[in-house]
Ligand binder design. Structure first.
Ligand SMILES: [Mg+2]
Length: 265
């Protein structure tokens, strides 16, 4: 009888050398924290990613800005998708826009508008990420959050009316981003068509609703794995309880890939 946890059994079916691993960052590789700057990768997860990236393509897919993400992950050989699918960077190449490149002047205007909206609401945090702006409300009193959201939408109304900005909600964050039909899913689908990814089996790990687009992109090709949250509502193929469990799963997967390389290739 197979006593492996179901997810490991599913991963065991994939030939290790044909894997391509996509991972969200916040809430997936690191636990959700009060302030975004506190989300740090542990040395052990960094070591695992480094070893895994030696053998198969590893892509971090995040809403964070590219430089921020690269600084936090800091593993050679890793590929990055930043700003929820807007920007891509692979080792040794210049970054590439996968969607409409935003005007810096406009992003600064959205930032100022959101800062004005957040004035006087304790705990509201506006983060100018260069190409997008995040308004975090994790530290805001729950009673004040609906008002903050209303004020933020009102502040962005001039750009919303002109179809110049799109608003996206994530875990305790509202994001202002350029309009366009791009997201984590379109980015993943596009990368899977690249020569280095073609024919590989994608496994995508993510925790938040922005990851669900990517879940759809890997459907029928590989595995979508939800990290934490309520199980069975995001169209995922499998579920792990949180970043700690994911860390041990990645460790197991990396050992499997390395063993296969040693024994077979
Ligand atoms: Mg996340």
């Amino acid at each position: 009888m197979n006593r492996r946890p179901p997810l490991r059994a599913k991963l065991t079916v994939i030939p290790p050398h044909r894997l391509i691993v996509f991972l969200d960052y916040d809430g997936t590789l690191t636990p959700i924290v009060q302030r975004p700057e506190e989300a740090r990768l542990t040395a052990s997860v960094r070591g695992t990613l480094s070893q895994l990236a030696h053998s198969v393509p590893v892509v971090i897919v995040s809403g964070r800005a590219l430089d921020d993400l690269r600084r936090r992950v800091g593993v050679p050989g890793i590929r990055y998708v930043a700003h929820h699918g807007l920007l891509y960077k692979e080792p040794g190449s210049a970054m590439r826009w996968l969607g409409q490149r935003p005007l810096r002047r406009e992003v600064r205007e959205w930032t100022r508008a959101l800062e004005r909206a957040a004035e006087g609401i304790a705990g509201a945090l506006v983060e100018d990420k260069g190409a997008t702006v995040a308004l975090h409300d994790r530290l805001v009193r729950p009673a004040d959050r609906p008002r903050l959201r209303r004020l933020a939408l009102r502040a962005l109304a001039p750009w919303l009316a002109k179809g110049k900005v799109a608003v996206m909600s994530g875990k305790r964050v509202l994001e202002a981003r350029p309009v366009g039909a791009w997201n984590k899913g379109t980015a993943v689908a596009r990368l899977l068509r690249q020569p280095w990814a073609r024919g590989r089996v994608p496994v995508y790990f993510g925790d938040d609703r922005t990851d669900f687009d990517a879940f759809r992109a890997v459907q029928d090709l590989g595995l979508a794995v939800r990290v934490g949250g309520r199980r069975g509502i995001a169209g995922e193929d499998a579920w792990v309880s949180g970043p700690n469990r994911l860390a041990s799963l990645l460790c197991w997967l990396t050992a499997r890939v390395s063993r296969f390389e040693r024994d077979v290739l």
